[in-house]
Design a protein around this ligand. Structure first.
Ligand SMILES: [Zn+2]
Length: 533
């Protein structure tokens, strides 16, 4: 068997001393998990080197089931547990059984675990006496210790002669329970007779003795030297009526009574869901034939369990009522926990389920509302972003358009400027040529003027240049006299007529709209220009 497998642990918290033993088979582990589903399991500090981290159960089919640290493959982390085998929690099991036994007897006791942890348990009774349970198989038993009585653990050997000298030795031993945990037996070894085993329930603690009722006669009181710290004289700490006929079946019965009482104890302390099954077990045991003192103990325990169940049912009803009136998360949490009780009624469960459904619906609605709000916000943001982008694009386009317009305007201005400058340069010569043609009673053409003046630029003028040029030429022509440039339009071709119309328009001189009238007017004006000067 793999010695590194962790077989033992504690329930509830890292510093708990309530022992846990992992069952070996998967089937037993399943039962164990069901029974302890709401209890945590720890690598307890009550173990020598225990790291205090939480453990889980590992269900294995190729090897025995075992505990394992969370977040590890079982290795590679810091855990100093020295002993991991199934005996390694014997000190805790011994304490649990002895504590329960003393509680049943009504005796207060304080337990300590001497170092190294696991080697022993010391029980200090309220009257000052103490019991030492020696569990360390590797160290000799110190019989001269301060304890009033010493009990040996499983497999602890004695030096030769000790038994004969003492006359008896008390021992304990453990057996696995299939569903996890260990039962404990209490026995007394007598010289030449071996050990008689029985339930711890059969042990009696008197002011003088720790007796095993199956072997009462043979046992002497512990050594007088130690007896100095005994109870006040005459005070019987407890008396348990010794039974007369302890057959094997009675012993078995006593064992099941013990287990049932222990189970109720544990359930009442920290496993609420276990109370009802524990009470039912006690009821079943009471239906069978029991020794009178066992029956009495069972009845007392039953009363305790039933009172607890009634109180629990009252609390359940109260919580459910309050939850119905005014649901609140804390109340719901409590109710949900209480609904795990096996005896919670169908009606209670229905009410809590309805409250839960309602709460879930409200939550769902709130979540949907939040989601909607978020979506609306996102949409608004998107819209705003798009608007900002559109504005920026529009502004950019407007700026570009403005720049282009400015550029076009500047270009136009410079074209106009060039045209005006050109016209100013050419105007005097063209005016002279036109006046000369008038004097000589001729008409003329652009090419003739170019020829006569020698101005080659005239051949490169476009329509607009010509309008500009002739407007300048005529700038000081009197309004009531014909334009000199009428001589250029004399042959009446369409380009010449258009030029004449545009120049007249610039100079605000009205013209007949149709070309025939214009041609007539031009003929009249030519005659006027040809008069002798
Ligand atoms: Zn550990």
């Amino acid at each position: 068997m793999d010695r590194r497998l962790i077989r033992t642990a504690v329930f509830g918290s890292p510093d708990s001393d309530e022992p846990a033993l992992c069952p070996e088979t998967p089937e037993e582990l399943d039962a164990f998990r069901r029974e302890h589903e709401d209890v945590t399991i720890w690598c307890g500090t009550m173990f020598e080197g225990g790291c205090g981290r939480q453990l889980m159960t590992r269900r294995c089919t190729d090897k025995i089931c075992h505990f394992a640290h969370y977040g590890s493959g079982g290795e590679g982390h810091q855990c100093g547990r020295k002993e991991r085998g199934k005996d390694s929690a014997d000190h805790l099991f011994a304490k649990a059984h002895l504590a329960s036994w003393l509680r049943e007897l009504g005796i207060a006791a304080e337990f300590t675990y001497p170092e190294p942890r696991g080697s022993a348990v010391v029980i200090r009774l309220e009257d000052g006496r103490s019991l030492l349970v020696h569990l360390d198989r590797n160290r000799p038993v110190a019989w001269n210790n301060e304890a009033w009585e010493t009990i040996l653990g499983p497999g602890v050997r004695m030096a030769p002669g000790v038994l004969a000298q003492r006359g008896y030795v008390h021992r304990i031993r453990f057996d696995d329970r299939p569903e996890g945990g260990r039962t404990m037996q209490f026995g007394t070894e007598l010289p030449g007779e071996g050990t008689t085993w029985g339930s711890l329930v059969d042990a009696v603690l008197t002011p003088e003795n720790l007796l095993h009722t199956t072997k009462p006669a043979a046992i002497h009181a512990p050594a007088p030297a130690v007896q100095q710290v005994t109870a006040p004289a005459g005070r019987a700490i407890v008396t348990v009526a010794p039974s007369t006929a302890h057959t094997a079946s009675v012993a078995r019965q006593a064992d099941s009574v013990r287990r049932a009482l222990l189970r109720l104890d544990i359930a009442l302390r920290d496993h609420p869901r276990g109370v009802l099954p524990a009470v039912e077990t006690i009821r079943r045991l009471l239906e069978a034939d029991q020794e009178p003192h066992e029956a009495a103990r069972l009845r007392i325990a039953l009363g305790r369990g039933e009172r607890w169940l009634e109180e629990r049912a009252r609390r359940r009803r109260a919580v459910v009522e309050r939850l119905q009136e005014r649901p609140a998360p804390e109340l719901y949490r409590q109710a949900a926990e209480l609904m795990k009780d096996p005896d919670a009624s169908a009606e209670e469960r229905e009410i809590v389920a309805a409250v839960e459904a309602r709460a879930r619906r409200v939550q769902e609605q709130e979540r949907a509302a939040r989601e909607q709000e978020r979506a609306a916000r996102r949409e608004a943001e998107d819209r705003e972003r798009a608007e900002r982008r559109a504005t920026a694009e529009r502004e950019w386009a407007e700026r570009a358009e403005r720049r282009a317009a400015e550029k076009a305007e500047a270009k136009e201005r410079s074209v106009l400027q060039a045209r005006v400058e050109k016209a100013q340069k050419l105007a005097p010569a063209v005016r002279g040529a036109l006046k000369k043609a008038a004097r000589e009673q001729r008409t003329t053409t652009w090419s003739e003027i170019q020829q006569k003046t020698g101005l080659h630029q005239l051949g490169r003028l476009d329509h607009e240049d010509k309008v500009e040029l002739l407007s300048l030429v005529e700038s000081d022509t009197a309004p009531d006299t014909p334009l000199w440039s009428a001589l250029l339009a004399a042959d009446g071709d369409s380009a010449a007529l258009r030029l004449h119309r545009d120049v007249s328009h610039r100079l605000s001189r009205p013209l007949p709209p149709n070309d025939a009238d214009l041609i007539n007017q031009l003929a009249a004006e030519r005659t006027q220009l040809h008069r002798p000067w």
